[in-house]
Design a protein around this ligand. Structure first.
Ligand code: ZN
Length: 136
């Protein structure tokens, strides 16, 4: 894995969270995007080389809504940039990690993504992401 690409934070209300993070980071979100496949609205902030992703559920039974219901708002996942997502998925599977999707799927911010079950990662939901433009 190359680096931490972003940290995903589950929020109840994206508009007010955008304002909070704008004040916190001193910079506005550089993009907001809906990801229909995940039932989320997202926004992204740049902090130096790193990014923060805010996620708001668009569906009361969606994964982010369920997460907030169980644990409240807060850090939802850590995303790592990978060069070749398929190879990394194969490697992690061989190491005994549980992948939440068998094929890379289209995520926010022009990425192919795969999630790794938190159960085998000490309670942390991990996202692998590969820039689509870098795909070979
Ligand atoms: Zn993410």
């Amino acid at each position: 894995m190359e680096k931490i690409e972003h940290i995903g934070i589950a929020v109840r209300d994206l508009v007010s969270a955008n304002e909070t993070y704008r004040k916190l980071l001193g910079v506005a979100a550089y993009k907001t995007e809906s990801v229909a496949s995940e039932n989320v609205n997202t926004s992204f902030f740049k902090v130096g080389e790193n990014k923060i992703e805010l996620l708001e559920s668009t569906d009361p039974s969606g994964v982010i809504a369920k997460f907030i219901e169980k644990k409240g708002e807060g850090i939802h996942h850590i995303a790592f940039a990978v060069e070749n997502i398929r190879e990394e998925m194969k490697r992690l599977k061989a190491e005994g990690f549980i992948l939440l999707n068998e094929e890379p799927k289209l995520g926010a911010d022009n990425k192919l993504v795969c999630f790794v079950h938190p159960k085998n990662v000490n309670g942390v939901l991990v996202e692998l992401c590969q820039e689509i433009s870098e795909q070979k």
